[in-house]
Design a protein around this ligand. Structure first.
Ligand code: IPM
Ligand code: MG
Length: 381
């Protein structure tokens, strides 16, 4: 409040708007309906990203979009069509022929380029959602977002220098040494102490701030000893700084079973990149599936919010899919920007529409359109 008693004008944010492909366009349009109704004051700047730009320019995440992301407070991202395109397949696209290109997922590149190391995925069962696995599930997944098996250091054609080093250093590998380089492939899992420490710390800080009781560290340290061992060891060190919070740990495979058996034994989960990817889909399914999984890719300077789902080309242009995941991602963006009052209002309105059950998209057993869901939520704001 200003001295005159008038409310100070709200900050005008600069938000990168990256709809991407397929239904990404529709769900982002739905999120705009609720942001506008909240009177969130922003300059939305469109950014090109996705399959279309790969086909036209050989780059799904063009430099101009990277530059845009350097100039914004935050970004909303829809979805992109990620296809595992090998160089040979790119040769079949006339515009890309002869350029030796390999498709890399733009979102994975974005996470690395902007060091968006914290992938935050809250999974809450809103009362009345017919898709809830059980009522009252309220899990929060912290996924390391820049390293691990996503490091991008991979070899389809293993170079002889690497084969030689491996043969020298690893007994089992010596047997492969003389295999032609295209008879095996290597994807490296790289986990650093720093990368592990900061995501684990995020999880504990969150638990402390929001009064959560337990942080469960998900790994496979019994087999993947070096990298997951480092992750678990780091977690034990970090946990010492939070005596009020219980630390628990579980192997990823057992975790999947136990989560289904008793989700109420868990609270905050933290995992290296790939296990976090897997476990967050499982948790999202327990609270309604693709229509409800929201995600923040958060770094020190930039954060990009998105629904966890993909671009669902088969539903593209039909106004069919549930926009709630994206609307909850918008709520996460508001919170991250410090607009927590708006964020809370948006969540309350979304929860009210779910509870009422009058407006439901096809996944929830209803026939309402994407925009109708957004308008129903906006009407409660
Ligand atoms: C996710 C997705 C992405 C990932 C894909 C689209 C590259 O599954 O955000 O969870 O693996 O991280
Ligand atoms: Mg995933």
């Amino acid at each position: 409040m200003s001295l005159s008693g008038e409310k100070a004008p709200q900050k005008r944010y600069r938000i990168a708007w990256l709809p991407g492909d397929g239904i990404g366009i529709e769900v982002l349009a739905a999120a705009r309906v609720v942001l506008d109704k909240l009177h969130f004051t922003a300059e939305y700047v469109h950014g090109d990203i996705g399959w279309e730009f790969w086909c036209k320019e050989g780059d799904a995440f063009p430099q101009r979009t990277i530059d845009l992301l350097k100039s914004v407070d935050a970004a909303m991202f829809g979805a992109i069509t990620s296809k595992p395109v090998k160089a040979a397949e790119a040769e079949l696209v006339p515009e890309l022929k002869g350029r030796g290109l390999v498709y890399r997922s733009p979102i994975v590149r974005m996470r690395q380029l902007f060091d968006l190391y914290n992938c935050l995925r809250p999974c809450k069962a809103y009362p009345g959602n017919p898709l809830n696995f059980k009522e009252n599930i309220d899990l929060v997944v912290f996924r390391e977002n820049t390293e691990d098996l996503y490091s991008g250091v991979e070899f389809n054609q293993v170079p002889p220098e690497l084969a030689e080093v491996l043969a020298r250093l690893s007994k089992p590998f010596a047997a492969f040494k003389d295999l032609p380089g295209d008879q095996y492939a290597i994807s490296t899992k790289i986990n650093t102490r720093k990368g592990s420490e900061r995501i684990i710390r995020e999880a504990f800080e969150f638990a402390k701030k929001f009064g959560r009781k337990k942080v469960t560290v998900v790994h496979k340290a019994n087999v993947v000893r070096a990298t997951d061992g480092l992750f678990l060891e780091t977690a034990r060190e970090v946990a010492q700084g939070y005596p009020e919070i219980q630390m628990d740990n579980a192997n990823i495979d057992a975790m999947c079973m136990w989560l289904l058996k008793n989700p109420f034994n868990y609270d905050v989960l933290v995992a290296p990149n790939l296990y976090g990817d897997i476990i967050s889909d499982l948790c999202a399914q327990m609270v309604g599936g693709l229509g409800f999984g929201c995600s923040g890719n958060i770094g020190e300077k930039l954060a990009v919010f998105e629904p966890t789902h993909g671009s669902a080309p088969k539903y593209s242009g039909q106004q069919k899919v549930n926009p709630i995941a994206t609307i909850l991602a918008a709520k996460m963006m508001l919170d991250w920007l410090g607009e927590t009052e708006m964020g809370a209002r948006l969540e309350t309105a979304t929860a009210a529409v779910i509870k009422e059950g009058k407006v439901r998209t096809y996944d929830m057993g209803g026939a309402n359109k994407t925009l109708e869901m957004a308008e129903a939520i906006a009407a409660k704001l």
